[in-house]
Ligand binder design. Structure first.
Ligand code: IVH
Length: 675
């Protein structure tokens, strides 16, 4: 292909993928399969790796993390980001409406009603249609520039759609995470033995402040815009009302919240407020109220602002819905990592549109904080999580004879004395390898879709096999025979064959999946991939010292420690041995790696990159090195062939490279090596 054709192809592919992204994320109406989409993205990524000079600033590949910044620069908002006056009753809304009537001298006016999304406010500036920067609200006057993190949000266009885009426009809105994504992320945290995040809002704001945009990208934040500001000298278009601004936002490619309504009068506003009081629980995102705004921009400016908030808008806050019910009993659940979670069993009660029978009590500290007693009348509330929580006790209704709830001293499943976790928050059962729910939990983790993916076996079957004495470790799965299964209840020939086939097929799962499936603490999916790539086989990994492991890019000491402990633990050494005998993959497939080679130009050379590159993210440059036969080092040593130096390189790296006489090259020189 001629270079011009390649450039054209890159432009076309980027456009096409951006369109499909918009269909998928904003319109919720994809027209191609995920598979086809991935193929397009792969084609583009590969072309861009070969011809980085043609990478477009709004290429879909540029969403995922450009660089690792040290701290965020700040920026002054051109117009202050105000907050909203709050109200908690219809009476207060009536008073607000009276003030409006007065302010507008009884002229006709309309309101927009918008759900108040519970996330964090950001401001995004587009110049000539292109996303220039994005900043947090900060103190309202000065915010932090978090552009690269915001660029990972798929529902925010990198380039405004349409031809007639304004020269300058600022768009404000709320960054949030869906409840379902939040739950999934927390589930994964629990599975690798980490503390779950407290609530979606804190999670979203914490995520936006992360230093590594690739991590941000994984967390799948989302965005709803609610404010558009053009400069006064804008000539291409004019927007006259809040409601109209949403039409423009849609045209420009944003996902606009579908529940925005134009209300002609206070009665319609009240109807909206009542309607969403409970309906909001059916949404997949957190809302904490409604924002009522004067629709007409000219009227907004007549009303003006106080120093803190606009006079033309008000937030109506819903009190978190609470109900009273009676505590029947407390059960204690034992998780895969042995952590004990207390759960309140309640008299069934309606809350936020569903019947609630159970609520989480989190941990022993929480039971103490509540001073929970048997048969207590408790208030429960729906918080950030889908599972409701007990917020307080109605002490007046407590019977005089009621005993306080005491936390267990022994495991409810195996009777082992419980221990307190390092953080002091949790109790756990230390009997990891004998305690039934921990055994079952580890096997359930092993067969999971993102681990060994043995779909014929779920939680129920693992439990059934365990109770029948067929399995005690994941390795036992590979010893199961047809006749063992046929003896079990509800097992016909077909089902048994399926199970055997599923187990057999899992033997081809690549090393990184097997490593994740082992269930070593802190070794989640991505960590497993990084470790597998670096160490290439389990023996290298298990023989490595903690310092060596923590030198792998993005692997911390906590993980390194956990891996070296596992390497010494007879449970893991025996498990690995048995799984090896069963024929599972404990080495990376070098043939597969060979097949993905684009060239041999970097054969025999080892590279390390420091600082931010113009044409590559860290991941892309590492991939390009590998694809051209080179190796990526994790730290500077004599064996390093080249240190690629980008913008704002790490000072210590440069110093060490000089000391060891390692050759330093620029990004351009690196690109030339590929030509
Ligand atoms: S309008 C001057 N509209 O609520 C107008 N805010 O408590 C300021 N929020 O900082 C904001 N949804 O982060 C507006 N539809 C919506 C909103 C919304 C959520 C947040 C926003 C603001 C906070 C004020």
């Amino acid at each position: 292909m001629k270079t011009v054709d390649i450039q054209e192809k890159i432009v076309k592919l980027a456009q096409l993928i951006n369109e499909h992204n918009h269909r998928y994320y904003v319109q919720n109406a994809p027209v191609i399969s995920d598979f086809e989409f991935d193929a397009l993205l792969k084609e583009l990524t590969e072309l861009e790796a070969k011809y980085p000079e043609f990478i477009l600033p709004d290429s879909p590949t540029q969403r995922v993390g450009a660089d690792i910044t040290k701290k965020f620069p700040t920026i002054e908002h051109e117009v202050q980001m105000l907050s909203l006056d709050n109200s908690y009753s219809i009476q207060e809304i009536k008073e607000f409406d009276e003030r409006i009537q007065k302010g507008l001298e009884s002229k006709h006016y309309e309101y927009t009603c918008e759900l108040k999304i519970d996330g964090l406010a950001i401001s995004i500036v587009y110049e000539k249609g292109k996303l220039k920067y994005a900043a947090t609200r900060g103190d309202g006057k000065i915010g932090e520039v978090v552009t690269n993190n915001v660029k990972t949000i798929k529902t925010i266009p990198l380039k405004l759609h349409g031809d007639n885009t304004p020269d300058y426009v600022e768009i404000r809105g709320e960054v949030y995470i869906t409840k379902s994504n939040f739950e999934k992320i927390n589930q994964n945290r629990i599975e690798i033995g980490e503390e779950p995040y407290a609530n979606p809002r804190n999670f979203a704001s914490g995520t936006l402040k992360l230093q590594d945009p690739r991590e941000v990208a994984k967390r799948k934040l989302d965005f709803f815009p609610y404010f558009v500001r053009l400069r006064e000298n804008e000539t291409k278009l004019s927007i006259k009302t809040q409601y109209e601004s949403f039409e423009w936002l849609k045209k420009w490619g944003f996902k606009v919240n579908p529940n925005i309504e134009l209300c002609k009068n206070l009665t319609e506003v009240e109807k909206y407020l009542t309607q969403w009081q409970t309906k909001r629980y059916t949404l997949d995102y957190e809302t904490d109220g409604v924002v009522v705004k004067i629709n007409d921009y000219a009227q907004q400016s007549i009303l003006g602002n106080t120093s803190k908030f606009p006079r033309w808008a008000i937030a109506y806050k819903y009190a978190a819905e609470q109900v009273e019910t009676v505590l029947q009993s407390v059960s204690f659940q034992v998780g895969r990592t042995g952590i004990i979670t207390p759960v309140a069993n309640l008299s069934p009660v309606q809350l936020g549109g569903t019947v609630v029978k159970r609520a989480t009590l989190h941990n022993a500290q929480e039971i103490k904080r509540l001073d929970l007693h048997e048969q207590d009348t408790v208030f429960i509330e729906k918080g950030g999580e889908i599972i409701p929580k007990v917020v307080r006790v109605n002490v007046e209704k407590r019977k005089k004879t009621a005993h306080p709830i005491v936390f267990l001293t022994h495991c409810p499943e195996c009777n082992t004395p419980l221990q307190v976790s390092e953080t002091g928050i949790h109790y756990y059962c230390p009997n990891s390898y004998q305690c039934p729910p921990q055994i079952v939990g580890r096997i359930v983790h092993f067969v999971r879709r993102n681990a060994m993916d043995i779909q014929a076996i779920g939680e129920e079957k693992v439990e059934q096999f365990y109770k029948a004495g067929l399995i005690r470790t994941p390795a036992d799965l590979y010893k199961i025979k047809m006749e063992d299964l046929l003896k079990l209840e509800r097992f016909g020939k077909k089902l048994a064959e399926n199970v055997i086939k599923g187990i057999e097929q899992s033997k081809t799962q690549p090393f990184e999946r097997v490593l994740f499936a082992l269930g070593i603490r802190y070794v989640g999916e991505t960590v497993a991939i990084k470790l597998a790539h670096h160490f290439k086989d389990i023996d290298n990994l298990f023989n490595a010292k903690a310092e060596e492991i923590s030198q792998v890019y993005e692997i911390g000491e906590k993980i390194a420690q956990s891996v070296t402990e596992a390497a010494k633990n007879p449970y893991y050494t025996q498990l690995v041995q048995e799984l090896k005998q069963a024929g599972l993959q404990f080495k990376t497939d070098e043939d597969k790696i060979q097949n993905t080679l684009v060239s041999n130009k970097l054969q025999g050379l080892t590279f390390l990159a420091t600082g931010t590159m113009k044409n590559f993210s860290r991941e892309q440059i590492e991939k390009t090195i590998r694809e051209n036969g080179g190796k990526v080092a994790s730290s500077i040593s004599k064996n390093l062939s080249y240190l690629i130096v980008g913008n704002e390189p790490g000072e210590s790296k440069i110093k060490k490279a000089k000391e060891l006489n390692v050759k330093m090259i620029s990004e351009e020189e690196f690109i030339n090596m590929l030509k």
